[in-house]
Write a protein that binds this ligand. Structure first.
Ligand SMILES: NC(=O)c1ccc[n+]([C@@H]2O[C@H](COP(=O)([O-])OP(=O)(O)OC[C@H]3O[C@@H](n4cnc5c(N)ncnc54)[C@H](OP(=O)(O)O)[C@@H]3O)[C@@H](O)[C@H]2O)c1
Length: 181
């Protein structure tokens, strides 16, 4: 069965990025690439992914404009209300509104592999509210920011499934129970 997972790093106080979309806090942490819940084994299971417009534009600004290639070989949906420039060589689908038809199209494209909700947090919340998110995997960095882009700004009940340490990070895997009252 296709699983849909929100997999992300976060600060201890629940931010994906600072108010200026900087990930400097993340890149100074240490992680073992072959350690628990690491990115490599995770991405190997993924057949399609979805991200919000801010995340897409961050990738464009920080990787592609430096001449680096698009990082993902699988189809990628970008949620936006705007006309965003595509990336040469990337399999991109732009969409807006209800995430349910997006999820259906992702599952068809993934052909039995799993789906990754890259972020941001509100987009992950939209998948929870549609009943379409199965798990949340977080790598919690030992840093607080006080403000920034939130990990998940909607009320969600979770079930703790797994806890591990990888380098500087506390890694947690949660099952999604549903929207919280
Ligand atoms: N720590 C990590 O590992 C990690 C992981 C992921 C992301 N990040 C970073 O965290 C930040 C996340 O930014 P963010 O909180 O602004 O979230 P985001 O999801 O990247 O972007 C939010 C934007 O996506 C568009 N959007 C979302 N849902 C939509 C829908 N259903 N229909 C149409 N458009 C929709 C809207 O943009 P428009 O209306 O303007 O088009 C919305 O303002 C970024 O800086 C990213 O680089 C960090």
């Amino acid at each position: 069965m296709t699983r849909t997972t929100y997999y992300t790093a976060t600060t201890l106080d629940g931010f994906l990025a600072d108010e200026h979309d900087s990930l400097e806090w993340l890149f100074r942490q240490h992680i073992e690439e072959d350690g628990p819940m690491a990115y490599g084994p995770f991405i190997a299971t993924i057949g399609a992914l979805v991200m919000g417009a801010t995340t897409y534009e961050w990738i464009r600004a920080h990787h592609l404009e430096k001449g680096e290639a698009w990082a993902y070989s699988v189809p990628t949906w970008v949620m936006t209300h705007r006309e965003l420039a595509p990336v040469v060589g990337a399999d991109l689908r732009f969409a807006r509104g209800d995430v349910r038809p997006v999820h259906e199209a992702m599952a068809a494209a993934a052909d039995g592999r799993d789906l990754w909700v890259v972020g941001g947090g509100d987009l992950a919340g939209q998948f929870v509210e549609a009943g379409l998110l199965d798990e949340i995997w977080v790598q919690v960095a030992p840093v607080t920011l006080g403000a920034g882009r939130p990990l998940l700004p909607r009320p969600v009940d979770l079930r703790l499934e797994e806890v591990a340490r990888n380098g500087d990070f506390a890694c947690m895997r949660y099952g999604v129970v549903g929207t919280a009252p």
